[in-house]
Ligand binder design. Sequence first.
Ligand code: ZN
Length: 333
Amino acid sequence: MHVNIRNVFFIIFLLCFLTACEEVDLANKSKQAPSVESGATQKNEEVKKMILPDTPLQKGDQGEDVKAVQHILKSIGYTVKESGIFDEETVWAMTDIQLQQSDSLEVTGLYNHEVKAILENCLEEKVDIQPGNGFDENNIEFNPYEILVLVNKKHMLPEDFVPEDLVVPDVPFPFTEDLPKKMMRKPAAAALEKLFAAAQKADLNLFAQSGYRSYERQKELYTAYVERDGEDAANKYSAQPGQSEHQTGLAMDVTSPDVNFLLNEAFGETDEGKWIKEHCHEFGFIIRYPKGKQSITEYQFEPWHLRYVGEKAAKEIMEKGITLEEYLEDLSY
Ligand SMILES: [Zn+2]
């Protein structure tokens, strides 16, 4: 067989060339592998950096901080708009995360340090958050867990809403029975304890009279009031089932021995009542049904009915002398 020596050399050369190419390729691959990984880490770092501002945020807030939170929410699967406006969807996402981590987080619908830490852990895959696992998406428009929830004669709570995080605050009650009305939702209960501690320091004699009330209990009460006073009269002082803030677990009626532990207008004139009006906002509470605002709240003046809305909203509401209805209207975006 005739072998062309030039062809043999050519084949050897070709084989060498191909092997060399493969080696170069392998070398490139091994160089690329870590760079892909560091790219991902870098991306996570960038994502994390975006939420580094520590400012607490709530419904209606606007700006770059809100946008950064929304960006992170989107990156972990939430279908929120990156609008820079803390809207209902963002409040819902906060609530959903908080309910999934309710052992360590207060359920408020607010963005704060605790949520920030959870989001960071989620990005590092140390915590598993699944959008919708804590709180169904049907609750985006009306979210009874957010501390700014509006409940009144036009905005009713569903019959089956029972807050998951009810606890008994460590404050004095004028009765000893273990009744459900001692309870409040966790964030409100913690704030109430602080308010009572401050009142005690000021030598005041404050008592908690009535907190959480179920839909069923409100139904019983309302029916009894209607039987006693008639429907028109009952509607002026009592909520119909679903319309009571007490069902949210965010309200507490307070009183003092000076008015025999009653809930009446005279409480507003006691030292305790005056102190409450002056200081409740420092602990995130408002007097929900103020004097002269009946046309808006549709309830008569109730100096004893405290509603938890968080410190930021409470400060503005009490300082401006407005109602929750007016405050929320001003947030319109
Ligand atoms: Zn009340």
